[in-house]
Write a protein that binds this ligand. Structure first.
Ligand code: IMP
Ligand code: MG
Length: 180
């Protein structure tokens, strides 16, 4: 599909699934290399709901033992950030002493990543890493290094591949940009 309509907005294709898949292949290769000798299985942290599709694609490419833990944070209303991050669901398992790979759909301002890193430090994680499918470098306001970025995009609102507009649009396998 070239265009989709969600509520009052129309979106056009920005990144087709084939390109997303190829970018995930590359990131998975790097993570496999970096974590292949882990003594304690690393934790993959799924940040609900946006990361669901990326997590599914990424985890099937990983060839070391790993555990899935989830949490839910919210900061967006409609097409813009509120600047405040709320934890809507706590960590679903103990991560004390574990290496945690945060799996995010997108890093925009970076507020969510900073909040997550603090939550993980407070929970006693040994170390945390950021693994994001998408990144908007122009919107990023933090010093936290992003360990694994699959695709950089312009500072525009997008949906699809897990990302939503008012909770809709997560199911589309391509990524769409607002058609202005
Ligand atoms: P940050 O805290 O500003 O980095 O925003 C992170 C969260 O905002 C992401 O995990 C997404 O859930 C949401 N978000 C940021 N940009 C977009 C977008 O373009 N479309 C949909 N959701 C977005
Ligand atoms: Mg998210």
């Amino acid at each position: 599909m070239n265009k989709i309509t969600i509520k009052d907005k129309t979106f056009r294709t920005l990144i087709p699934y084939e390109d997303i898949s190829a970018a995930i292949d590359k990131v998975a290769d790097r993570i496999n290399e970096d974590f292949k000798n882990s003594e304690v299985p690393p934790v993959l942290l799924c940040v609900l709901n946006g990361s669901i599709m990326y997590m599914g694609e990424l985890m099937k490419r990983l060839n070391f033992n790993c555990q899935i833990v989830s949490t839910k944070l919210t900061s967006y209303e409609g097409t813009s950030t509120t600047g405040k991050v709320k934890q809507a669901l706590g960590l679903t398992a103990d991560v004390a002493g574990r290496k945690v790979i945060i799996v995010e759909d997108i890093v925009d301002t970076g507020n969510t990543i900073v909040a997550l890193k603090q939550i993980l430090a407070d929970a006693g994680a040994e170390q945390s890493y950021v693994c994001t499918l998408l990144h908007k470098p122009e919107a990023y306001k933090q010093d936290v290094p992003l360990d694994y970025v699959a695709i950089n995009i312009p500072n525009k609102f997008i949906v699809g591949f897990g990302l939503d507009y008012d909770e809709l649009g997560r199911n589309y396998k391509d990524i769409y940009i607002l058609d202005e």
